[in-house]
Design a protein around this ligand. Structure first.
Ligand code: ADP
Ligand code: MG
Length: 707
């Protein structure tokens, strides 16, 4: 292995592949730069004359760095990013060629929308769509072995204006929360604040497995998770992997990953080993919600690419290995003003604290009232295997505040005089908050929605998901909560006393969603039911939330999703669930027939031949152990074969249900998945008995423990 040494100036490397503010300032005439910034900062329409100059500068910049193609980089509802590459090259009448890129090409593209999922939108509308430049996320260069491409982050809409992507609703939701948060800040006299931005920092978990082993497993290749596989004798019980020393091979991968991400302007900050063997995490420094989302998509893409170069496969599935921790994506979320203050940071003065507590309680209200859609925002077939396991938050949404903050809220609720003495009396009855100790706020890893000192962390999101969906939901439900609060406060004759009353009322009404205990415990499931909190254990049921009356009302009110857009998302989610389970079932049947049965049958034949040979010696040898083993193997083969048959039948039945997505999805969940689990049990039993030399697929031990 090549040893990397020597000095690299990271400040020169960071963002070198981004057409950043700095690059734009250098290359654009001042008036054009300012006009573009009015569009970026204030959402003003982009004039075509400005776009023309920006496109020319962007093209020059990209070509100097070796770019030959450009692409509108967008996020269709598949959850991964899509791109269609166009060359800058344009032939001239003289038979030569020039490099061209116009303002029109920068602003608008027209990929064929008909091959992307659009749910009901496809039936209702012509499936023509266009992509439109999102100038709030900078253009960047992507490099790979095929060359350099200029990527222009874009939104993707139908010609009738429906969002066909994840970015458009996300941008709308950022706007919704901005509008409502500004109303509240105005009441606090913060007239200098012009914009409130959502800040997001997604921590990304992933597994690395050796590429050669990965290639030998159909399940990993086609479904991203192991459909068979007995647990290794050693798991994570020794806690020796978490934050452990990085293996050299892994650290070489991480180094290249960091470098590539830094060049693309992604602020990858921390990297470490996670709890499970072969599991790792990457956390970036937070940025605006929109950019964080683009960067997270880019991070996942880059992880897979760099892993290949290092002889690894990067697994982003939420639960690649049964019995081993799954992977999530902790979505750190907060609100920041353009004047640089974090609205979820406890303040230093009584006035600031009242404002902090109001925003905090607004979030509590949002989570309590819209827990079901928040849970649904993280629902997927893959995440069903992770949630509620012994390593991931349960499907019940609750908020962790920590003892200190909870006590403060309790005192407010009870107008507790001792509290006033303790923390100091204020005109709005809100205490001066003692400095919250960070370490006391971040210990509980079992909570799905935890306050961690100056931000909330939504931990239900699966590692594979785009964070666009969950953040669209968080932003909108918080916008709705702030809107209802602002409606009341704006009408109040006396702001200070109304503020006091409203905080108190919010605490009383929504404290049921606060839970600081162990979210993994059985008792919590019972306690949550007593409190009336929704518990939606699987994704098929959770998807229904997207078309509930309340969701249609709230998301319509804030212009984030129209009813048609919600129905299309609901359909797409069901369709995706069905496809995932269908592919898993087919892959399982294939592995059963071609990998597992032949190995098991060969082993049983070997055993019976041994027994026959032993008997033929005429020495009356004791064959009990071999006979018992053979009996057990034959039993397992029998169970395996019968279950395989039932699984195949269930797939045929499911395929015939194609007319009704909800019915089909429920069938996969209740019947097919159950048969898959049973088939796996037989398969894993066989793995525990069959000769290691005959077992045709890499085992958990092979894959999870390597040097
Ligand atoms: P931990 O949660 O383990 O204590 P950190 O506090 O360093 O770790 O942050 C985890 C993630 O949260 C990082 O991606 C970080 O950039 C992000 N983060 C920190 N502050 C904020 C904030 N105000 N808003 C959104 N994300 C934030
Ligand atoms: Mg964290």
């Amino acid at each position: 292995m090549e040893i990397k040494s020597g000095y690299t100036d990271l400040t020169k490397i960071f963002g070198m592949n981004v057409f950043s503010n700095r690059a734009m300032k250098e290359r654009l005439p001042e008036d054009v730069y300012e006009a573009l910034h009015r569009t970026i900062d204030e959402g003003r329409p982009l004039e075509s004359s400005v776009a023309e100059v920006v496109a020319a500068a962007m093209k020059e910049w990209a070509i100097e760095r070796g770019a030959t193609h450009y692409t509108h980089w967008f996020q269709p509802l598949t959850g991964v990013t899509a791109e269609k590459h166009d060359s800058f090259l344009s032939p001239t009448t003289e038979g030569g060629a020039i490099m061209e890129f116009s303002g029109k090409e920068l602003i608008k593209g027209e990929p064929d929308a008909s091959s992307f999922p659009s749910g009901g939108l496809r039936a209702t509308f012509e499936a023509r769509g266009y992509t439109a430049w999102d100038c709030t996320s900078p253009a960047f260069l992507k490099e790979d072995s095929s060359g350099v491409t200029l990527c222009i982050p874009t939104a993707f809409c139908s010609y009738t204006g429906e969002a066909l992507d994840k970015k458009t609703p996300l941008l709308r939701s950022c706007e919704a929360v901005n509008v409502q948060a500004l109303r509240i800040l105005k009441l606090f006299g913060k007239d200098d604040v012009k914009r409130v931005e959502v800040s997001v920092g997604p921590e990304q978990e992933y597994f690395l497995v050796d590429r050669e082993l990965y290639e030998k497993r159909m399940d990993l290749k086609f479904t991203g998770r192991t459909l068979f596989g007995q647990r290794a004798p050693k798991g994570q019980e020794m806690d020796d992997h978490y934050f452990g020393t990085l293996k050299e091979r892994v650290s070489a991968f991480m180094h290249d990953l960091d470098m590539e991400l830094w060049r693309a302007g992604v602020s990858a900050k921390t990297k470490h080993n996670e709890a499970a063997p072969s599991q790792h995490e990457l956390a970036p420094i937070y940025s605006s919600c929109n950019i964080a989302t683009d960067h997270n998509q880019l991070t996942m893409e880059t992880m897979k690419k760099i892993a290949n170069r290092h002889g690894f496969a990067c697994l982003l599935h939420e639960k690649p290995f049964e019995g081993v921790n799954g992977s999530g994506k902790h979505n750190n979320w907060s609100l920041t003003t353009d004047t640089g203050s974090n609205l979820l940071e406890p303040g230093k003065t009584p006035h600031e604290n009242a404002q902090f507590l109001l925003f905090l309680c607004a979030v509590l209200k949002a989570i309590d009232e819209h827990a079901a859609i928040l849970r649904a925002s993280a629902a997927s077939a893959g995440n069903d295997h992770r949630l509620g396991g012994h390593e991931a938050p349960p499907a019940i949404i609750s908020v962790f505040l920590g003892d200190q903050l909870t006590e403060i809220l309790e005192n407010i609720e009870q107008d507790n005089p001792s509290e006033k003495k303790h923390y100091g009396r204020l005109n709005v009855g809100v205490s001066t908050l003692p400095g919250l100790r960070r370490d006391t706020t971040d210990r509980n890893r079992t909570s799905p929605f935890a306050f961690t000192g100056n931000k909330f962390e939504f931990r239900t999101v699966g590692s594979n998901a785009s964070i666009a969906g969950p953040n669209t939901i968080i932003n909108t439900i918080v916008a709705e909560s702030l809107c209802e609060i602002a409606d009341r406060l704006e009408q109040a004759p006396d702001f200070e006393s109304a503020l006091h009353d409203i905080i108190k009322e919010l605490v009383t009404k929504h404290k049921r969603v606060v839970f600081n205990g162990n979210g993994y415990s059985e008792e919590w499931v019972e306690e949550a039911a007593r409190r009336g909190l929704p518990n939606i254990p699987n994704s098929v049921d959770a998807f229904e939330e997207f078309i509930s009356d309340e969701v249609i009302r709230v998301f319509g009110k804030h212009h984030v999703y129209s009813e048609i857009e919600l129905r299309s998302r609901y359909e797409i989610k069901l369709e995706k669930y069905i496809k995932v389970r269908h592919i898993e079932a087919l892959t399982m049947c294939d592995m059963a027939h071609k990998d597992i049965l032949p190995a098991a049958v060969k082993f049983s034949t070997d055993l019976s031949e041994q027994i026959i040979k032993a008997k033929q010696t005429g020495l009356n040898l004791n064959c009990t152990v071999t006979e018992e083993l053979l009996g057990a193997v034959m039993d397992a083969i029998d169970g395996f074969g019968k279950t395989l048959h039932l699984l195949e039948e269930s797939v045929t039945k499911a395929e015939a249900m194609a007319g009704d997505l909800a019915v089909q999805a429920r069938f996969y969940r209740d019947v097919t998945l159950d048969l898959m689990n049973r088939l796996r049990d037989y398969g894993d039993k066989l793995e525990s008995m069959v000769d290691r030399k005959l077992w045709p697929i890499p085992t958990y031990s092979d894959m999870l423990f390597y040097v």
